[in-house]
Design a binder for this molecule. Structure first.
Ligand code: UDX
Ligand code: ADP
Length: 461
């Protein structure tokens, strides 16, 4: 299929921009795709000749980058040139929650969006289509349009068209989600630009999966999808606590309710609480706009989803403390998994961060092992929540066995497949006695561990 778009620029080479552009480049060999970022170190990692150092870990990503990089996919910091050459510009910059000022702790910090919009205004050619890809509060497209077309005009004849194309990819399965999405959503007010983007997706996605809506519906659909998904996790986690009190088993309950087609079986896994860059931020955005429009009851309803998530994390820290005789001082806990979920090296909002912080504050030493998260990222994440983080309070391990050596307890926080069938016979020999296994993901062979004398606790059982 031929498209009128021959050159794409994506601003932001992160978890969204990187994989999305790699798949577009792979599926549309006739389009030049330039991914630009202010962060030169990140760009250097994307350009690493060995491909072993890509800034993000996603199954299947390396293979696609190896086939497209420097053919029709380019990573650079040449922001000005790439914006100028583009027929279509994707904005995929970070939009974290504000940590100060009005709306702190709730509204998104839009300074990176504004920065990108100003760059487009300055260097872009009139008529270029701007695609809003980052997760954003509803009505951000309006703000981008204002920046591009009404204010700060270097050239009053320049006009840009803004459309919204929210990203639904889930980390760890990003490539699969991009190649075979449940749906693609394009929101806009102008049919030609919507069609230009649709044409790109038609290269590999069936037409009936591509939905077009108005701008606000597209933006709100993204927030709503993430609100519903996070609500399911808080729902199942709330029932996990009830299961533990009553003797029911959360896995059996999840299976039984999931077979009801109206409920469905996905996203019913109890755990240490949801993490990731989107769920909390999108819930907070939803709560913020509900309050803004005076819909306080609606805001309170969604606030509860967040508070159950915080409660689940604290509940796990408390259980560990209670089971280990009410004190953790001078004890050592091996933490298995630091990423917010498996198959990613992303630690943003990972439940591991606050649980590790609680344990450190109780005076124990933690030894962290994660197959993909490196020491530096763990250190930064822990230091962020714990200003007085002492070097001696934690250690980085290169394997499960290294982490478990002389540990009083093992705490599984991420569902990496390598934790499924651990050799509990060997592990029981290197741990201190009495030994504990806390499995917050219900992933390990817990009965096997118990047979070697390890005390066990599994979420929701
Ligand atoms: C999410 C949305 O799924 C995606 O569509 C959106 O575009 C971005 O946000 P992501 O944050 O990558 O994606 O991960 P997701 O798979 O949704 O998991 C989020 C969190 O929920 C993780 O911490 C995960 O461990 C947890 N989770 C998920 C559970 O605890 N139980 C489940 O059954 C599913
Ligand atoms: P996401 O998960 O949404 O992809 P990331 O933080 O992984 O978020 O990536 C966003 C990227 O956008 C970062 O690498 C950041 O340096 C980059 N970025 C932010 N603002 C700009 C800008 N104005 N121009 C170029 N890159 C930007």
């Amino acid at each position: 299929m031929s498209s009128n778009i021959k050159n794409i620029c994506c601003i932001g080479a992160g978890y969204v921009g990187g994989p999305t552009m790699a798949v577009i480049a792979q599926q549309c060999p006739n389009i030049i795709v330039n991914v630009v970022d202010l962060n030169e170190q990140r760009i250097a990692q994307w350009n690493d000749p060995s491909l072993d150092n890509l800034p993000i870990f996603e199954p299947g990503l390396k293979e696609i980058v190896s086939k497209t990089r420097n053919i029709n996919l380019f990573f650079s910091s040449k922001i000005k040139e790439c914006i100028y050459q583009a027929d279509m510009i994707f904005i995929s910059v970070n939009t974290p929650t504000k940590n100060k000022g009005i709306g702190a702790g709730q509204a998104s910090d839009l300074k990176w969006i504004e920065g990108a919009a100003r760059q487009i205004q300055k260097y872009g050619r009139s008529g270029t289509i701007v695609v809003e890809k980052s997760t954003l509060p509803v009505k951000t497209a309006k703000m981008i349009t204002q920046i591009l077309n009404d204010s700060f005009q270097s050239d009053p004849n320049k006009r840009f068209i803004v459309i919204s194309n929210p990203e639904f990819l889930s980390e760890g399965t990003a490539i699969e989600n991009l190649i075979n999405p449940d749906r693609v959503l394009i929101g806009g007010e102008e049919s030609d630009s919507i069609y230009s983007l649709k044409e790109i997706y038609l290269n590999w996605i069936e037409e009936d999966k591509i939905i077009t809506t108005n701008l606000w519906s597209a933006e709100l659909s993204k927030l709503t999808a993430n609100a519903f998904l996070s609500q399911r996790i808080s729902s199942i986690n709330s029932i996990s606590a009830l299961c533990e009190s009553t003797g029911a088993n959360i896995n059996e309950v999840a299976k039984a309710i999931g077979m009801d087609k109206r409920i469905g079986s996905k996203f019913l896994k109890a755990g240490p609480g949801f993490g990731g860059s989107c769920f909390k931020k999108d819930l907070l955005n939803l709560i913020y706009i509900c309050n803004y429009y005076g819909l306080n009851e609606v805001a309170e309803y969604w606030e509860k989803v967040l508070s159950i998530n915080e409660w689940q994390k604290k509940r796990i820290s408390k259980i560990i403390l209670e089971k280990m005789f009410g004190t953790l001082s001078n004890k050592k806990i091996a933490i298995l998994g630091f990423a917010f979920k498996s198959n990613t090296n992303d630690t943003r909002e990972s439940p591991s961060i606050s649980i590790c912080k609680d344990l450190i504050q109780e005076g124990c030493k933690i030894n962290i092992y994660d197959p993909e998260v490196n020491k530096k990222n763990i250190e930064e994440a822990l230091a962020f929540v714990n200003e007085d983080l002492e070097e001696s309070s934690w250690d980085f391990s290169n394997s499960v066995y290294e982490a478990a050596t002389n540990a009083d307890a093992i705490l599984i926080l991420t569902e990496w497949s390598e934790f499924k069938n651990l050799n509990w016979y060997e592990i029981s020999k290197i741990m201190r006695k009495p030994s504990w296994l806390f499995d917050t993901r219900s992933i390990s062979n817990i009965k096997n561990a118990q047979s070697y004398g390890i005390n066990i606790w599994e979420v929701g059982t």
